[in-house]
Design a protein. Structure first.
Length: 564
C-alpha cells in the first residue's frame, strides 16, 4: 500500500486515513467517493473535493468512485451528468469502471425503509409541509410528536406500499424516521425519508413516484459501495448523527463520515443556485462564461488542470470556514502557465509605426524564443517589415518623467529586432495620434548597439502586413465586492455584479504563427498576460480570452509579509 512520506505534514483527514491504514481498520482498504448532485455545473469548490477524494485514494493505493446523487428528478438533467464527467476527467482523474448513481439503489433503499417500518423506527405522516415545520420546533424549543407517529406497523407498511403505487397526491404523505422530537439536533427530529413526487427521472423514467431524501440515501449509497471514508463539507457535520443512526438501526456496513471546510473564494459566489441565477438572468453568457467559477468556465478562460490541482493542494484542508483570496488562485495559474505557455507577440490596441529608412519591399525573419522557462520549446520565426503595429499605450507625445517608452525623439528597442527612434507624429482631424514615423539602426539587430548606447524600454510589436486580426476579451472579477453576498437590506448579491467585468477589443493584431491556433490553446502575450483561444474562434476569426495578467498581486503580498 502506498502512503505519504513520513516527513510530510498530513492534513487532519489524511492523518485519519493514515492511522486507519496503520491499524488495518478497514482491512487495508481505502475507498472514497465524489458524489455530486447532477443539478448544475461543477465549480472550483467541487474541484477541491475532487482533488481531495481522488487524491487520497491515489496516495493510499485505494479507489475513488464517481457517484451521482440523483434523488431529485425535478432539478436533474443529463446535461449536468455529462458535464460533470467531462470536468472530472479534465482535472486529471479517472473513476475507471466505478460510475454509480443513487438511482441504482432505489429498490434496495425502499426495502431498507420497509425494514425500519417493521422495526417500529419509521412511519407515514400526513402532516402538510407547513404543519411539519411547526411541529419540528426551534433551536430553543423542542418539537412535538406528529399525530400520526404512533400508527401501527401494519398501517405504515400498507400506506408506504400505496405511496409507492401512486395512490396519493404529491406532497400528501411522507415517510419519516421515528427518532426524537426533543433532540437538540434538529436533524434528528423525525426527518423525512421519502416524499411523493411525480416527476420523470433521467434514468428510471416514471418507475417511481416516491423519491428518497438526501439524508436517507447518502449513507446507504456509501454503505452499499463499501466506502471507508465518506468525506463531506462542514455543513453536513450536524447531519452525521443521522447518517450514523440510519446505518446503526439497519445494522449494515458503516463507513466513517468526515467533514471539512468548503472553499470560499473572494469576489466569487459558490452557490449553484446563485450561479444558476446569473445564467438565467443574463448576467453572464452561460455556465461556461469565463467569468464564472465553474470548472467549464475556468477551462474556457484558460486555466490549466495542473494549476487548479496546485491551488487545491496549496490551500489544504481545514476544519474551519474561511475565505481564500482569489489572488492565490491566479498566482497558481501564472506559476503553471509561465512554465508551459508559448510566448507570442500581440498588440491589443494597435498604433501604426512606419520605419522610413527600412526598405519598403524587405521582409526579415527574426528569431524569437518560444519559452525562456523551457529550452526544449525552441524558437520561431517572426516577420519584420517596414510597417509595424505597437501598443498605443507604449507611445506618449508628452511623456511624464518616469515614462521610458516611445516618445518624439526617443529611442527604444523592438523585441528581437532593432532600436528605433521616433521622428514624426501623424494625427487625424480630431488630434488623435494615428501613425508614427521612425528610423531604425541596422547595427542593433537582435541585441545592443555596437557603440554601447543603452535604451530604457523594449516594446513588443507585429508586422502590419503579416499580422492576423483577432478579437480579445479582457475579463476581470465578476463582482465589485470581495464578499458579493454583502449587499444592502433591500438588495441581493446580484447588485454587486461588476459592469466592467468584460471589455471586448475587436481590432487586435497577433503574430502569424498563431494562424492554426486551436480552441483552448494557451499562450503568453509578451508584456500583456496569459491568453487562451476561445471556442468561438472560427476559420478567419481568432478570439482570445485573457486568463490572467502578468502582474501578480499574491507574490507582492507574500513578499511584503516576509519583509515585515
Amino acid at each position: 500500500m502506498k502512503t505519504n512520506d513520513s516527513t510530510t505534514r498530513l492534513d487532519f483527514i489524511r492523518a485519519i486515513v493514515a492511522e486507519d491504514a496503520k491499524t488495518n481498520k478497514w482491512g487495508g482498504r481505502v475507498v472514497t467517493r465524489f458524489p455530486p448532485e447532477p443539478n448544475g455545473y461543477l465549480h472550483i469548490g467541487h474541484a477541491k473535493s475532487i482533488c481531495l477524494n481522488f487524491g487520497i485514494a491515489a496516495e493510499y493505493g485505494g479507489l475513488c468512485n464517481l457517484r451521482f446523487d440523483d434523488t431529485n428528478p425535478i432539478k436533474e438533467e443529463e446535461e449536468y451528468i455529462e458535464s460533470i464527467k467531462q470536468d472530472v476527467r479534465w482535472l486529471g482523474f479517472d473513476w475507471e469502471d466505478r460510475l454509480y448513481y443513487a438511482s441504482d439503489y432505489f429498490e434496495q433503499m425502499y426495502q431498507y425503509a420497509v425494514q425500519l417500518i417493521k422495526a417500529g423506527k419509521a412511519y407515514v405522516c400526513d402532516l402538510a409541509a407547513e404543519q411539519t415545520r411547526e411541529y419540528r420546533g426551534t433551536l430553543t424549543k423542542p418539537g412535538k410528536d406528529s399525530p400520526y407517529r404512533n400508527r401501527s406497523v401494519e398501517e405504515n407498511l400498507n400506506l408506504f406500499e400505496r405511496m409507492r403505487a401512486g395512490e396519493f397526491p404529491d406532497g400528501s404523505r411522507v415517510l419519516r424516521a421515528k427518532i426524537d422530537m426533543a433532540s437538540p439536533n434538529l436533524n434528528l427530529r423525525d426527518p423525512v425519508m421519502y416524499r411523493i413526487l411525480r416527476a420523470t427521472h433521467p434514468r428510471t423514467g416514471d418507475a417511481w413516484c416516491i423519491y428518497p431524501t438526501y439524508d436517507w440515501a447518502h449513507g446507504l449509497e456509501d454503505s452499499i459501495e463499501g466506502i471507508t471514508h465518506s468525506i463531506c463539507t462542514l455543513e453536513f457535520e450536524n447531519h452525521r448523527p443521522l447518517y450514523d443512526w440510519f446505518l446503526n438501526e439497519l445494522g449494515v456496513y458503516h463507513p466513517q463520515q468526515i467533514e471539512f471546510a468548503r472553499l470560499n473564494l473572494s469576489y466569487t459566489v459558490m452557490s449553484k443556485r446563485k450561479l444558476q441565477q446569473l445564467v438565467q438572468q443574463g448576467h453572464v453568457s452561460g455556465w461556461d462564461d469565463p467569468r464564472m467559477p465553474t470548472i467549464c468556465g475556468l477551462r474556457r478562460r484558460g486555466y490549466s488542470p495542473q494549476a487548479i490541482r496546485n491551488f487545491c493542494k496549496r490551500i489544504g484542508v481545514n476544519k474551519f470556514n474561511s475565505t481564500v483570496d482569489i489572488a492565490l488562485l491566479e498566482h497558481c495559474v501564472r506559476e503553471d502557465l509561465n512554465k508551459t505557455s508559448p510566448r507570442v507577440m500581440a498588440v491589443l490596441r494597435p498604433l501604426k509605426v512606419v520605419i522610413d529608412n527600412y526598405p519598403a519591399d524587405k521582409v526579415e525573419e527574426l528569431e524569437a524564443v518560444n519559452n525562456p522557462e523551457d529550452a526544449s520549446a525552441g524558437t520561431r520565426k517572426v516577420p519584420f517589415s517596414r510597417e509595424l503595429y505597437i501598443e498605443r499605450e507604449d507611445f506618449m507625445e508628452e511623456p511624464p518623467s518616469k515614462f521610458y517608452r516611445l516618445a518624439p525623439g526617443r529611442e527604444v528597442r523592438l523585441r528581437y529586432a532593432y532600436f528605433i527612434t521616433c521622428c514624426d507624429v501623424v494625427k487625424n482631424a480630431t488630434g488623435e495620434v494615428v501613425e508614427l514615423h521612425c528610423t531604425y539602426d541596422p547595427a542593433t539587430r537582435g541585441g545592443d548597439a555596437p557603440d554601447g548606447r543603452k535604451v530604457k524600454a523594449t516594446l513588443h510589436w507585429v508586422s502590419a502586413a503579416h499580422s492576423l486580426k483577432a478579437e480579445v476579451r479582457l475579463y476581470d472579477h465578476l463582482f465589485t465586492k470581495e464578499n458579493p453576498d454583502d449587499a444592502g437590506e433591500s438588495e441581493d448579491f446580484k447588485s454587486n455584479v461588476s459592469p466592467n467585468s468584460l471589455e471586448t477589443l475587436v481590432s487586435c493584431r497577433i503574430e502569424p504563427s498563431l494562424a492554426g491556433a486551436t480552441p483552448l490553446s494557451r499562450y503568453q502575450f509578451e508584456r500583456l498576460g496569459y491568453f487562451c483561444v476561445d471556442p468561438d474562434s472560427s476559420e478567419g476569426k481568432l478570439v482570445f480570452n485573457r486568463t490572467v495578467t502578468l502582474r501578480d498581486p499574491w507574490a507582492k503580498i507574500q513578499k511584503a509579509q516576509k519583509n515585515r
